[in-house]
Design a protein around this ligand. Structure first.
Ligand code: T5A
Length: 212
């Protein structure tokens, strides 16, 4: 059986992950690759329930410890119910966000001093063991421009309501994560047309993964 890859799309709010996920799915269909498309928080019935609880309400609803535990509870369900069965069945998995988001948002972004990055690594090992994405696409852009996109679209969630410095920290966090794991992560300039961003993503996939 051909290798089934796990690809994650990461980046700050409004950087265009959902738009790029859709373009990527069309590309995989054209290549006749069997895949599933999923997202975090969410991706299984239980994790979608947790998503509603995490993303609604005031921005101070959870401290960083509670928030992180909720994301990992959702992730465990997502892995067990959706991601691992798909990989075992030979399907590629494309996920809009995964664990790098927790490291960036809760580890670097929410600096309330209650938990550190080692705690997040510990929780990751507990829920996912040595399983990791084969390729992580990090969409990078000025958060001010990305938030203007989100504003224009409407429906801001809890995280999108955080102040600009939070989002600037996030950008640095994702770049730091990419620098630490260059064999897994590719940084792509998201402040280009959707078509150009997609072309860069396809280039990264074809350069790093074996399609047939
Ligand atoms: N979170 C998540 C954590 O804190 N910890 C975690 O562990 C995890 C997993 C998830 C939130 O939870 C946080 C991160 C998030 O804040 P979400 O609803 O999934 O919430 O939020 P996002 O992932 O940020 O999704 P968004 O829909 O807000 O942003 P996208 O998907 O990055 O952007 P997209 O594609 O919807 O585009 C936004 C707007 O820009 C336009 C689109 O048409 C759209 O209107 N656009 C472009 N405009 C110009 N040029 C381009 N190239 C464009 N691409 C898209």
């Amino acid at each position: 059986m051909k290798k089934a890859y796990f690809i994650t799309l990461e980046g700050g709010d409004g950087c265009g992950k959902t738009t790029q996920k859709q373009l990527l799915l069309d590309y995989l269909k054209n290549k006749q690759i069997d895949f599933i498309c999923t997202r975090e928080p969410g991706g299984s019935e239980a994790a979608e329930e947790i998503r509603k609880v995490i993303l609604s309400g005031s921005k101070d609803k959870w401290d960083s410890v509670s928030e992180t535990l909720l994301f990992f509870a959702a992730r465990r369900s997502h892995l067990v119910e959706t991601i691992w069965p798909a990989i075992r069945a030979g399907k590629w998995v494309i996920s809009d966000r995964f664990a790098d988001s927790t490291m960036a948002y809760q580890g670097y972004g929410r600096a309330d001093g209650l938990l550190n990055r080692t705690d997040i690594e510990f929780l990751y090992n507990l829920v996912a063991k040595d399983f990791k994405p084969d390729l992580t696409i990090i969409l990078d852009m000025d958060p001010q421009i990305a938030l203007e996109r989100v504003n224009k679209r409407g429906n801001m969630d809890r995280m999108e309501g955080m102040d600009l410095s939070f989002h600037q920290n996030l950008r640095s966090a994702f770049l730091d994560i990419a620098q630490k794991e260059p064999s897994r992560c590719v940084v792509i300039n998201a402040n280009q047309t959707p078509e150009k961003v997609h072309a860069d993503i396809v280039f990264a996939i074809e350069e790093r993964l074996t399609l047939c």
